[in-house]
Design a protein around this ligand. Structure first.
Ligand SMILES: [Zn+2]
Length: 357
């Protein structure tokens, strides 16, 4: 296993451990592309988080997650607002999608439309939630099992970094342990924790293969290691947790479109699971008919909960429907107030068939 420390080129497992150089970060972080919207619509006090952890299980197709032996995530649903019908960004491959997840904009805006190790000095054109958090005094971390995630480690914006070269089951657990170590010793304000073995296994053995189900079981254990660290550090109840993915897949590949140009929903649907202070519990957001969740919403929701300014003009939105004290829908008026002429039976009798069918 190999760990990368961007900018230093050292191996084996340490972190960049900067002592919170907020002023330096503000000088080097990119200016937002447009003006920023003050967090004037800040959530109610109980929905404010002091920390945020964004988990990404690479290539996690929602129905495969539900079939896998993933007791930690399954149990977490009881304290979560979630949907298994969130949609990834315009390009359903790893680096463009993760960049949309972390910047709130589509690839055409953030500029990361490649899926390989970034050239030196290449970072998203707009700030990530981690960079905005850092510029506002929070410490930050990037923990990933793919080397190309150095694209999220712009100098002087990330305090704790562990990135492994390979995506194996051991690396998922290894990176979880690195994140747990950082949480217990430093309690970072905002973190990305990325597990890549599910995607690697999908490409090697197929999506929904027994091997991939096993990989998801490993990712579940890895999530559990980090959640336990949050509890051990005493910050679990102050942390917004989002568990999502960059894309799904089928066969041994993924992409946003099929050969005939139709959208490939097996690649495009991703899970989106939110837990945190003030977050609605055991609620399937799929039931909110007016709501569609996109990966760009992860950025906006994390900013919202952390009280960070949300850049104007982004594609994502804070998913305020996850807040427990917000109405999801208008209350149904009492029956006496309804117009009988517009009240219809829910079940319409089926007319007998008069013609063969
Ligand atoms: Zn991926």
């Amino acid at each position: 296993m190999r760990w990368i420390i961007p900018g230093l080129g050292l191996l084996f497992g340490a972190y960049i451990g900067l002592s919170h150089p907020g002023a330096l970060a503000q000088a080097t972080a990119p200016a937002p592309a447009q003006g920023v919207v003050p967090a004037a619509t800040a959530p109610a006090t109980q929905a404010r988080a002091k920390h945020a952890v964004i988990f990404s299980i690479d290539g996690c197709r929602p129905d495969v997650l539900l079939r896998a032996d993933t007791p930690i995530i399954h149990n977490l649903l009881k304290e979560a607002a979630f949907t298994f019908y969130a949609e990834t960004t315009d390009i359903a491959i790893t680096l463009p999608s993760h960049t949309s997840m972390l910047t709130g904009v589509k690839p055409a805006t953030h500029g990361i439309n490649f899926n390989s190790d970034p050239p030196d000095g290449v970072y998203p054109k707009v700030p990530t939630v981690l960079e905005i958090a850092h510029a506002h005094g929070l410490t930050t971390g990037v923990f990933s099992t793919k080397s190309k995630f150095t694209v999220f480690t712009r100098p002087n914006t990330i305090d704790y970094v562990a990135i492994s070269k390979e995506s194996s089951s051991a690396d998922d657990i290894g990176i979880a342990n690195k994140a747990a170590e950082a949480i217990k010793s430093h309690k970072p304000g905002a973190m990305l924790v990325h597990f890549g073995n599910n995607d690697r296994t999908g490409h090697a053995k197929g999506w929904d293969s027994p091997e991939q189900l096993e990989a998801l079981a490993g990712a579940d254990k890895s999530v559990g290691i980090v959640l336990q660290a949050l509890k051990d550090a005493g910050i679990y109840n102050d942390t917004l947790i989002i568990i999502s993915a960059d894309h799904g897949g089928s066969g041994t590949n993924h992409g946003d479109k099929l050969q005939n140009g139709e959208k490939d929903w097996r690649s495009r649907y991703i899970p989106w699971i939110a837990v945190g202070p003030g977050v609605r519990k055991n609620y399937d957001l799929t039931n909110v008919r007016s709501l569609a969740i996109h990966t760009e919403d992860t950025f906006a929701t994390a900013c919202y909960f952390l009280g960070l300014p949300i850049p104007a003009g982004i594609d994502g939105k804070p998913v305020t429907q996850i807040i427990a004290n917000r109405n999801l829908v208008m209350p149904v008026p009492p029956a006496s107030a309804r117009n009988p002429a517009t009240t219809r039976n829910l079940v319409t009798p089926i007319q007998p068939a008069t013609t063969p069918r």
